[in-house]
Design a protein around this ligand. Structure first.
Ligand code: NAP
Ligand code: MG
Length: 486
């Protein structure tokens, strides 16, 4: 007899149309408003993580190309910065509207190039990308009222380097405030995810943005280094690993360039014994399994009050067994592909370390596709603070569960990390939320939710998670010279 109380639901395939995105076989660099060939003719392949197939050959920017792009941005700067601010806002509104119009296509393109589920690119990445441009379009003519001095001035040319985990969203976080404040930009997308940045270059053409205001130079780490070290760059904005961030901080020191760094994280997600457990479980899942855990602010360390540990872990396991891993273009997919073979290797190495150090691993039954790079959702219980999986950023769908007895112990354990990007607190008591938020050394503290973003809300780190804020009024300060001595 069928089980009528807990029926098993099967999902029919619901693939989004792949051909909504047209991918060319090769791409150039976007410099001075045009697509150009790389000076030294180099190129690299971008690959679909879900299949391992090559999607396109992309021109690789050399130091000579970076120099061309920075010169183009310098040439564009005087006129762009002198435009009436309301006019700059109009361009940003236009870009935002084109992104909205093309959002289905861009979501498909991002999913194919990155491996993340279409449900996320469609419902999270793209709406936030458009929102960032709309938000900053509104700021363009109100900078004098942002509390950053009566006559804040743009800095000049911004050199921006971004990672692969939210390719178009990180581009939006970088380009929208830079342009709103009157700067011009040279941006290097991540090597494994250049396609939406190149689609954005087309959008700049479609929006009639003056040539040179935005330049996109794809490439690898060396291209990023050439950009960061170029003497014609006035401001460096970097999002990526703490290791590369430190190297950039050293390269920029003493040059007078303004610098913001958004680096790694190892966030604590704290569940107190009075938390509504079912809601907390949903928050834990979105905290660590959203975007396959490739999230700098992921809630990768779950701190559960000892008295509710078993109940939380049991419900979490039951919930994980319902997650669907597979084709990222399928609208029912919860967990997509890992972005690259290198990243899968990094995640696997840390998972092996977790087992070797004595934590207990649990994974739901789950069949991994034959091709591409995949990692099942994974929970470690019995984790000690000294374990590598409690200290190092895994950047994959892997959760480390630790316990605490008192609120003070929860805070001490949460802050026992070199990072400080985000944290989560689950409790019924408002007073406890405020108490914890005051004590957590993290740039963002979510209460009874996790991984929520808004362009009006500043985002950034403490300690080795970096410095400077992106988003909100505070984010503008990174792209303006307020006249203050600093
Ligand atoms: P990554 O290796 O640091 O790369 C980030 C970007 O820097 C990429 O475009 C990369 O190029 C480039 N790059 C590499 N070496 C460079 C150098 N010496 N000089 C200048 N640029 C260089 O990081 P990832 O593995 O791509 O991204 C994962 C990391 O980013 C995680 O640690 C994560 O926490 C962090 N992240 C932080 C935030 C935040 O807002 N705080 C957001 C997202 C990600 P290639 O693509 O060729 O390597
Ligand atoms: Mg790719």
């Amino acid at each position: 007899m069928p089980d009528l109380v807990t029926p098993t639901w099967d999902y029919a395939p619901a693939p989004e149309a792949r051909d909504l995105a047209s991918i060319r076989s090769s791409y150039g660099l976007f410099i001075g408003g045009r697509f150009v060939d790389p000076a030294e003719g180099g190129s690299f392949a971008t690959v679909e993580p879900a299949t391992g197939q090559v999607l396109a050959e992309v021109g690789e920017g050399s130091a000579a190309d970076v120099d061309r792009a920075v010169r183009a941005a310098r040439r564009a700067f005087p006129r762009w910065s002198a435009r009436p601010a309301v006019d700059r806002g109009r361009y940003l509104y236009r870009i935002a509207r084109i992104i909205q119009e093309r959002s289905r296509e861009l979501a498909v393109l991002e999913t194919i190039d990155n491996g993340k589920p279409i449900r996320e690119t469609r419902d999270v990445d793209l709406p936030l990308v458009a929102a960032h441009f709309f938000h900053h379009a509104g700021w363009a003519d109100k900078l004098a009222w942002a509390g950053l001095g009566p006559d804040p001035r743009p800095l000049g040319v911004a050199g921006q380097v971004i990672p692969w985990n939210f390719p178009l969203l990180m581009l939006a976080w970088k380009i929208a405030p830079a342009l709103a404040c009157g700067n011009t930009v040279v941006l290097k997308p991540a090597e494994t995810t250049p396609l939406t940045a190149l689609a954005f270059a087309e959008i700049c053409q479609e929006a009639d943005l003056p040539p040179g205001v935005v330049n996109i130079v794809p490439g690898a780490g060396e291209t990023g280094r050439a950009l960061v070290e170029h003497p014609g760059v006035d401001k460096v904005a970097f999002t990526g690993s703490t290791e590369v961030g430190k190297a950039i901080a050293r390269a920029v020191a003493g040059t007078g360039k303004k610098l913001t760094l958004e680096l790694g994280g190892k966030a604590a997600n704290i569940v107190f014994d009075d938390a509504p457990i079912d809601e907390a479980v949903e928050g834990i899942v979105s905290g660590i399994f959203f975007n396959q855990g490739h999230v700098c602010c992921a809630g990768s360390r779950l701190l559960v009050q000892e008295s509710v540990h078993d109940a939380v872990v049991a419900r979490l396991q039951r919930r994980l067994a319902t997650l669907r891993l597979g084709d990222p273009l399928d609208k029912n997919t919860d967990i997509g592909a890992v972005n690259s073979a290198e990243q899968l290797e990094r995640v696997s190495e840390l998972v092996a370390a977790g087992q070797a150090e004595g934590a207990t691993m649990w994974q739901p039954p789950c069949t991994l596709p034959e091709w591409g790079w995949w990692h099942p959702p994974t929970i470690f219980t019995g984790v000690a603070q000294s374990h590598r999986i409690a200290r190092e950023e895994i950047f994959g769908p892997v959760l480390s569960v630790l316990t605490f007895r008192t609120p003070d112990e929860a805070i001490a354990k949460a802050n026992n990390t070199t990072y400080g990007l985000s944290a989560g607190v689950w409790t019924e008591k408002g007073s406890r939320i405020l108490w914890a938020a005051e004590r957590l050394r993290a740039g963002v503290v979510w209460a009874n939710t996790f991984n929520r973003f808004d362009p009006a809300s500043p985002f950034g780190g403490y300690k080795e998670s970096g410095f400077g804020r992106e988003g909100g009024r505070q984010g503008l300060a990174s792209y303006l010279d307020s006249g203050a001595v600093g």
